[in-house]
Write a protein that binds this ligand. Sequence first.
Ligand code: ADP
Ligand code: ASP
Ligand code: MG
Length: 455
Amino acid sequence: MIVMKFGGTSVGGSAAISRLVQIVKSRIRRNPVIVVSAISQATDTLHKTAMLSAAGEFIAAKKSLGELKIRHLNLCRELLGEKSLSYGNTVEKVNEYFSELLDLIKGVNLLSELSDRSLAKIITYGELLSSYIIYEVLNENGIKCGIADARDFIFTDNNYLKSEPDTDLIKEYTPSVINEIMKGHNTVITQGFISNTIDKVTTTLGRGGSDFTASLIGMALDAEEIEIWTDVDGVHTADPRKVKNTKSVSVMSFEEAAELAYFGAKILHPSTIQPAIDKNIPVRILNSMSPESEGTLVLRDDKVRENGVRSISCKENITVLNVFSAKMLNSYGFLRKLFEIFDKHKTSVDLITTSEVNVSLTLDSDEHLNKIVTELSLFSRVSVENDKALVCVVGKDLKNTKGVTGRIFGAVWNYNITMVSQGASAINISFVVNRSDLNNVLQALHDEFFETKGM
Ligand code: ADP
Ligand code: ASP
Ligand code: MG
């Protein structure tokens, strides 16, 4: 059994879904569990619709919902043909989902209130719609496919918009639900991103969370392989949308992929790799627009031989906090006090550097920033910088590879670099730059490590 996850652009139109059908056919003997995202932009549209309703702009919300409905109905027509029996069933289902959505946004509009719990419920319809349409399309194309509701086995806590999976419950429920539906079928399709609490309240695994669903299912089923089908041919040496002349990396370790994803490489949800590590399941990242490309294979570290820089990632929207306190001098307990505040506000810190009386930290989210600054200000002086970006260079054993640091900082010598972190992990060297310099810094680093010299 393998898991195949298809992202938003890989299910984003009828041509993409037709390619998906062929890709699934090519793997049918391996009994794939197919995990799909919402069609491209659907989650954003649902999010926007919910916000508009809460802000009293019901007409605009209804209009954007109507446009989304048309996109889904067009897919049904183009992929199933109006004369087929499955067309009627599918259109009925699409209408049912959109009428539920309309009720939900009406409720939000009447109450002028949008809780995380309601928003989570609304944005999960993207995956409900795409999975149902693709399920019908696969069957119409002669593939015996069953459908599973991810909420029957992906259980989480009640952090509605970015929930934490309960891996024990997932391991307990997934095999029986999937194996039961697989009986009499060659493949089972389910929704990425969607989850729920044990009391059946809908939650989501956070934006981009379908990758995570795929690896959780892979872990629970002891899958042979987890395939992530996306719009690029594997993990590149940097984000091809930001950097010129990037190349696909053929093999990397779990640790390298996890580090890149954690430090901003959008190609994988940051938590995707952990479940695969637990069961040592290879993860393959492939291009649904070019299925024959080799892509990237992610494996256990001892199977990846080559040392050196593998890829460069970045986080564009970080916040830097500089904390100054004379009380730090010759005292202990200061950092404990500091981190208790981040802990209390459930805010994770990515990078930290300290000096005699200063601590600088980078935060990924500014959701609780005001409260954090208020509390820190009770015992220190705090300044906040919003115009910074985090750059992360990842590769096997960078810590012990002579000359890498020199090459990194040589390449970006004419930019202002702050908060350097090296050696905390053997595979990562990170630092902060001005956001306005980010693209140039990424390109300079990429040219240094990956540009073929003399060409
Ligand atoms: P999907 O909808 O399939 O989940 P995403 O848009 O979430 O796809 O992720 C794919 C995108 O990730 C690519 O189009 C690319 O712009 C971006 N990306 C960021 N870093 C990298 C990288 N190192 N290699 C490849 N793609 C990357
Ligand atoms: N549809 C969700 C999102 O856009 C989940 C995903 O695509 O992975 O965030
Ligand atoms: Mg994604």
